[in-house]
Design a protein around this ligand. Structure first.
Ligand SMILES: [Zn+2]
Length: 469
């Protein structure tokens, strides 16, 4: 019995705490890991910390506290203990929230949460000068309907593989003056319906998915060195000053931009994907043609039409052309027209101006294809001239289908037919060899005089585009 009373009288084992220990683990009601705490004693202890903080200055500091209740409402505790302090500074460090904590509906000057761990932190309807969150390990962090002058997510130590991780961050309907996120380890970041008035900087760290939607950006905005494994989506975001908006050294192989105007956004040193015959460059393209069920995290983002995605490509093409990056501009141009072709009803996908443009020149991007098409057409037309008949210096050459030349002994006539086709394709009048005056030859001549200049023009276009790179 004596040892029991001895423990009761001991001071709490948490460094710097002068309360008497009441729990088996030698800690006071605030610092004990025991989650089955006496709620009255715990709330009284919380009130004492608040009063002490208010008396000493303007900050309430919660250090190493283990919160036992489901979504403990910490700011309500301020009201309950009847002290008034303005402005209020609140620091929460190295605390544990096995059941989560709630900060709601109050004005704060500074809120600083760092080194904490637990299930969830909810920050709702708070007006604050500054909210800083660093090096926390949580399942979920939700910040909603807050107005903050400066919002910071980050780490105070150098980033490494064992960095504390937050599995899900939801930032919803917040108004920030400045927003910074540096070297965070966030599995899924979801920002929606927010606005940033004076500047955003999101850089470094490790992420699985980043989804930013319906969020307006003003002032200098920088996305730097981000490489999410699964998704990197900036969707339907109004960008007020696009020339101050930059995406630099990011992995954009899984990037989506549906509904965000990219025409004047600054891109540099990013990694874009080029895969498959359709040269998929962005996530939107994959989503628009796949129509696969999407991870829940992306929500309704996946309903992207081919035309919407083509519009994004068109903006990227204009953007990169304006910056004289013709290689990437060419790839985006190809994808733009390819999606416009695929958006046509089924027969027209194969018989439209887009499908012919693709067939004849790879949308003006493939000189080898354009030249090969010309060469193949020349061979076929030479064969047709052998069948339709022509004369060389008075000698008539006219084969039937079954006797089309199969031996090298006919090389001379084959070359003469090719010469005739070539002269027609290049709009030169030929007196020798000369086609016989038949309706078939007239039709051939008409086709050649239209197709020839067109295909030569396409070859010139593809070469011009290639050379300008
Ligand atoms: Zn203690």
């Amino acid at each position: 019995m004596e040892s029991g009373s001895h423990i009761d009288a001991e001071i709490c084992g948490y460094q710097g705490c002068s309360r008497t220990s009441s729990a088996q683990d030698g800690h006071c009601v605030l610092h004990s890991d025991d989650t089955d705490k006496d709620p009255v004693a715990f709330r009284r202890a919380i009130s004492e910390v608040i009063r002490a903080g208010v008396q000493q200055g303007d900050a309430a500091v919660f250090s190493g506290v283990v919160f036992p209740e489901d979504s403990f409402d910490l700011l309500a505790a301020f009201d309950r203990c009847g002290v008034s302090c303005d402005p209020r500074n609140l620091e929460i460090k190295e605390c544990k929230f096995p059941q989560g904590i709630l900060l709601r509906g109050s004005g704060l000057s500074e809120l600083h949460i760092h080194g904490c761990s637990g299930s969830e932190i909810k920050i709702e309807q708070i007006n604050a000068r500054q909210i800083k969150l660093a090096s926390n390990e949580l399942d979920r962090l939700q910040i909603s309907q807050c107005r903050v002058e400066y919002l910071f997510f980050g780490a105070y130590e150098a980033f490494n593989a064992n960095h504390p991780q937050i599995r899900n961050v939801f930032m919803l309907h917040c108004e920030c003056h400045r927003f910074q996120m540096s070297h965070t380890h966030i599995e899924k970041l979801h920002v929606a319906g927010c606005s940033v008035a004076a500047g955003t900087h999101i850089n470094g760290g490790r992420h699985r998915a980043i989804l930013i939607r319906d969020t307006s950006f003003s002032g200098p905005t920088h996305f730097e060195e981000l490489a999410p494994n699964d998704y990197f989506v900036i969707a339907r975001c109004p960008i007020r000053e696009p020339r101050l908006f930059s995406i630099v050294r990011c992995d954009l192989s899984k990037a989506g931009f549906n509904g965000t105007d990219l025409t004047d956004v600054h891109f540099s040193a990013n990694n874009w994907r080029r895969t498959g015959s359709t040269r998929v460059c962005i996530l939107d393209h994959q989503l628009a043609i796949d129509k696969k069920p999407l991870p829940e995290f992306l929500g309704p983002y996946g309903d992207i039409s081919l035309n919407e995605c083509a519009e994004t490509y068109r903006q990227l093409k204009t953007n990169f052309e304006n910056r004289s990056n013709y290689i990437d501009a060419g790839a985006f141009h190809f994808c733009d027209l390819e999606l416009r072709r695929l958006s046509l009803p089924r027969p027209w996908r194969w018989f439209s101006i887009y499908s012919f443009y693709r067939l004849l020149s790879g949308y003006g991007e493939q000189p080898v294809r354009a030249t090969a098409v010309f060469a193949v057409a020349l061979c076929i037309l030479a064969g047709l001239h052998l069948l339709a008949g022509f004369s060389v210096g008075g000698n008539v050459v006219d084969y039937t289908l079954s006797e089309l030349p199969r031996h090298t002994s006919h090389w001379r006539e084959i070359l003469q037919a090719a010469q005739l086709a070539f002269s027609h394709l290049t709009l030169r009048s030929s007196t020798s060899p000369e086609a016989l005056a038949t309706p078939v030859n007239t039709a051939l001549w008409m086709f050649e005089t239209i197709f020839g200049p067109l295909q030569l023009g396409l070859i010139a276009l593809t070469i011009k585009r290639r050379v300008r790179r």
